[in-house]
Design a binder for this molecule. Structure first.
Ligand code: SOE
Length: 379
């Protein structure tokens, strides 16, 4: 086995999800490369040390530039807030490191382009953690699309709903709540949630031609988490809905909000094609619903596929049929694909170029929302 020394930046939600993936991947997948939890980096020395001890990272850094310069690091993994991605990527690419970056790739497409060109120029392996592609049921949907089971696609309908920002007392900025601060996150639900939906849509259907969007910020002011006496305008989009036309002529609707009471992480899509339809809901992530119009008319109907058989995507690496896997496994599956790509020479997707395509759609959506007019998605 070849060792791959990882340097992780960030120890929040994604730092934990990625650490777990590094620890488990070699136990469930037979891989040529084995990740080594070499160093983790974050600004607070005490907190990063406690994180490293808990997850088994060998060493800590408090300055990401030092981590990027270390000779014993092969790959930089970016799990820190969105406004840090660009500088880290440019430095890591220059240092010749492989890069795994959390989504969304960047604050905007201009940054994303610069980052994509940097990794391509450096020729370093790169991946963006759009983990939902690695939900077995979504990968199965992709397989069905590639097999042509749906025929010509007419409609795509995506929703990504949560409810955790409804209270006006929730502050903005700082640990975990940087997603509410546009200076750190770039945007609200568009970059955070719809980026997932757009990535999945492009993967399943193809490129997006144009969009027409509306956004809303329901709570206009919030106190700062790190300075509770200061109240600042909220400039993220709390909700976003948009219409889209794919390049292949299919029509789509996308909707996202963090104000849908009772919806915790409801990421759904439906595809309607000539021969059939598909439906997926992340809150029932082990299932894919499939309607095949070519079945006989007496028995045809929506069927719910329990995606846990060993010949379903990824499931041969996990438990016996009927035993479901969960959220954390999507990161382990993604990492297995990244490591597998290093060994096979067939680079993993989505790479930075793919994530840039999503970023262009996000930019067009936010631009369109300003005037509620149609915008063509940039190159
Ligand atoms: C936001 O609440 C969030 O954590 C996103 O940042 C993740 O990308 C999504 O998968 C779950 O929700």
């Amino acid at each position: 086995m070849k060792k791959l020394n990882i340097g992780l930046i960030g120890y929040g939600f994604m730092g934990r999800a990625h650490s777990n993936a590094y620890l488990k991947v070699s136990r469930f997948f037979d891989l040529e490369y084995q990740p080594v939890l070499k160093a983790v980096c974050a600004r607070s020395a005490d907190k990063v040390k406690a994180f490293a001890d808990n997850w088994g990272w060998e060493s800590v850094e408090t300055d990401w530039r030092k981590l990027v310069e270390r000779d014993d690091i092969d790959a930089i993994d970016i799990g820190s807030p969105n406004n840090t991605h660009r500088d880290i990527v440019l430095a890591a690419a220059k240092a010749g490191k492989m890069i795994l970056c959390e989504k969304p790739l960047a604050m905007n497409a201009a940054e994303g382009l610069e980052m994509t060109e940097a990794v391509e120029k450096a020729g370093v392996p790169n991946m963006v953690w759009f983990n939902y592609r690695r939900v077995p049921a979504i990968t199965l949907a992709k397989q069905f699309m590639d097999e042509g089971r749906l025929g010509r696609v007419f409609h795509y309908r995506a929703k990504y709903l949560q409810d955790w920002t409804i209270s006006p007392d929730l502050p903005q900025g700082g640990a975990a709540l940087w997603r509410l601060d546009a200076d750190v996150a770039g945007s609200g639900v568009t970059g955070d949630l719809l980026a997932h939906s757009i990535d999945t849509a492009i993967w399943l259907i193809g490129g997006v031609d144009k969009v027409c969007a509306m956004t809303e910020t329901f709570i206009k002011e919030r106190a700062l988490q790190d300075d509770p006496g200061t109240v600042k305008s909220v400039t993220i989009d709390d909700a976003c809905a948009f219409l889209a036309r794919f390049k292949n002529g299919a029509l789509a609707t996308f909707e996202s909000t963090r104000y849908a009471r009772g919806r915790k992480n409801q990421n759904t899509f439906e595809v309607n094609g000539e021969f059939g339809s598909l439906y997926f809901d992340l809150e029932d992530a082990h299932q894919l619903q499939y309607f095949d119009h070519r079945n006989d008319s007496q028995s045809r109907g929506w069927r719910t596929i329990l995606v846990t058989d060993s010949d379903h995507p990824y499931m041969g690496h996990w438990w016996v049929p009927g035993c479901v896997i969960g959220y954390e496994h999507t990161f382990i599956n993604a990492l297995a694909d990244f490591l597998g790509g290093l060994a096979s020479g067939v680079p993993v997707r989505p790479n930075f170029r793919d994530a840039l395509e999503t970023q262009y759609v996000c930019d067009a959506v936010l631009d369109s929302a300003k005037t509620e007019t149609w915008k063509t998605v940039g190159a």
